[in-house]
Structure formats: C-alpha cells, structure tokens
Design a protein around this ligand. Structure first.
Ligand SMILES: *[C@@H]1O[C@H](CO)[C@@H](O)[C@H](O)[C@H]1NC(C)=O
Ligand SMILES: *[C@@H]1O[C@H](CO)[C@@H](O)[C@H](O)[C@H]1NC(C)=O
Ligand SMILES: [Zn+2]
Length: 281
C-alpha cells in the first residue's frame, strides 16, 4: 500500500489522502474535524484519449477497459452520474495536483474557467467535506471517467501532451458526462467507422453508445470529435465523413457552440450571470 498525503487544508481539520493498493487505483480518505470518511473505489471505466492528439507521446492503455459500461451524454446521466445542481448552478469541486508548474496550472484553470463563463457549471476549489470532486493529475496520458463517480475521480492531464485548452475541455466534458462525437447513437448517419484500420486494443473507443444527443446535431467541430486517423494502426483513416470523405476534422481548438449548448441542456442551465474571465491560481 502506497499512501500519499496530497493536501493539508486547515490542519487538522481536513486532509485529502490518496492511496494506491495495487489494482485498486486509489482510495481516498478525507479527514474532517477528526472524523474519517473513508471510501474505497476500484476503477470502473474511463476513456483513454491519447490517440486524439498526435503529439501525445504517452499512450495510455491500462487496467480499465470501458467494455460493458462505456458509453454525446452517456446513458449514466439519466441514472445519477450528473453533477448535482444547487440553485442555478452546478458546483464541481476540483483539486489540481501540486506536480504542475504555475504555468501548467494556469492552462488547466483557464480550461475550467471556460465552463464557468459559458455555462452554469462552476468549478470550485475542493474543500473539506466535498465527497465528489475531480482530481487533476499528471498521470499517464489524457483520460477521464465518464460522468460523476462517487468519492472523487481522476482526470489525467499528462504534462507531455495534454496541456492544451482543447484537451482540458475534452477531458472535463467526459467528467461532466459526455462521450465522443463518433460514438453518438446517430453517428452512422454521419460517419463511417473503418474498424479494419483501428488498433485492435482501441476498438472499444469506437463502439456506438445509446447517447442522449440533447437535440443537438452531429458536430465535426466538437472538441469531443476524434481525428480522422485516430487510433489508426496503418496510417489510414479510421473515421470518414459520409457527406465528404475528404473532410478533415477532430482538430478543434476549443469547445464548439454545440458543446456548450449540450452542457446547458443536460444541466438545465437557465440564464446566468457571466463571471469575469480572469486567470487566478
Ligand atoms: C468559477 O466560479 C466560481 C463561483 O463564481 C468561483 O468560486 C471559482 O473560483 C470559479 N472557477 C474558476 C476555475 O475560476
Ligand atoms: C466584471 O468586471 C467589471 C469591470 O471590472 C465590473 O464592473 C463588473 O461588475 C464585473 N462583473 C462581475 C460579475 O464581477
Ligand atoms: Zn475522450
């Protein structure tokens, strides 16, 4: 068992501890006012995105295979993996690993702020007593769980390739419950998946899912859309647009209007005051 104390916040009132027991990727112990709240959580599923960006050197392929559960908005959003709304806002606590430099940290914060300013999602610093939260860590590749997980969840943003606005937004969108564009329930109308060109181990990332598309169109400019050659084993395309086989996509630099609209619809954001967009730590 490896234990790591990651944050001391108002000692002795609050400690966030992440432990590692072999295959159980992490346990979290939150000590608040001397009471232990203990939660052990084996990995459920997550999506590996290393193939979404060519420049990402670290290829992630580890324990968790989104085989049975992996699923625009995942079906789980109808069953409790949405983040709860409190008044007009959806508060999502976040914790950013101390392993990032100030500059790296500000890229991540800017990514989180982009949600603050365009939707009713409010990423707020983790504080004592927050059971569910995202923990952004420099792990192996760019990946995230889909939807809210009980007891805290990692978002991995490796320093060597994931620190871009589009990738931060992409992984955060997963955590908010969204899937890749090319697995949408209606994707066969818009794209052809060339399974014969996909790396065998990564085929699961292209399985269609009964997503809730929230009345929004298939969007090649979505930050959730993979590149034409994502996870290709031979350099040939893996996703082809039916409307135009030569269309190049999957290079969005930031969330599209549809990405934002989906968040607003899923979380039923009403009119909201826009916070000032400033980079702080
Ligand atoms: C988002 O907004 C909330 C509430 O207005 C604020 O506390 C939080 O610091 C903001 N998050 C970021 C990342 O700027
Ligand atoms: C944003 O900044 C402007 C100028 O500093 C200020 O007048 C306004 O009240 C601010 N809005 C919010 C929501 O803080
Ligand atoms: Zn992804």
């Amino acid at each position: 068992m490896k234990t790591q104390i990651l944050n001391l916040n108002n000692w002795p009132r609050c400690i966030l501890v992440l432990c590692n027991f072999g295959f159980v990727e992490f346990l979290q112990i939150v000590l608040c006012n001397w009471y232990f709240i203990f939660s052990a959580k084996p990995i459920k599923y997550k999506t590996a995105d290393s193939m979404t960006k060519k420049e990402t050197a670290v290829l992630y392929d580890d324990i968790a295979k989104p085989k049975t559960l992996s699923r625009n908005a995942d079906p789980c959003t109808a069953k409790g993996c949405k983040w709860p709304k409190s008044g007009s806002y959806v508060y999502v606590p976040y914790f950013i690993s101390e392993s990032y430099s100030q500059k790296e940290r500000s890229i991540i914060i800017r990514g989180l702020q982009s949600f603050n300013v365009s939707t009713c999602i409010r990423f707020v610093p983790w504080k004592c007593g927050d059971r569910d939260f995202i923990y952004i860590e420099n792990k192996d590749g760019c990946w995230s769980y889909v939807g809210r997980q009980d007891g805290g969840q990692y978002i991995s943003l490796n320093k060597g390739g994931c620190l871009h606005q589009s990738v931060v937004q992409h992984e955060v969108l997963h955590a908010l419950g969204f899937n890749h564009e090319q697995v949408r329930s209606d994707r066969d109308t818009y794209v052809r998946i060339l399974f014969e060109n996909i790396l065998p181990d990564l085929k699961y990332n292209f399985e269609k899912i009964e997503t809730n598309n929230l009345g929004t169109p298939y969007d090649f400019n979505s930050v959730m859309e993979y590149r034409n050659d994502a996870a290709s084993k031979n350099g040939k395309p893996t996703i082809v647009a039916k409307c135009n086989p030569n269309l190049k996509f999957g290079n969005a630099k930031e969330m599209s209007a549809n990405d934002i609209l989906r968040i607003k619809r899923l979380y039923e954001c009403c009119e909201y005051p826009v916070d000032n967009y400033t980079v702080s730590n």
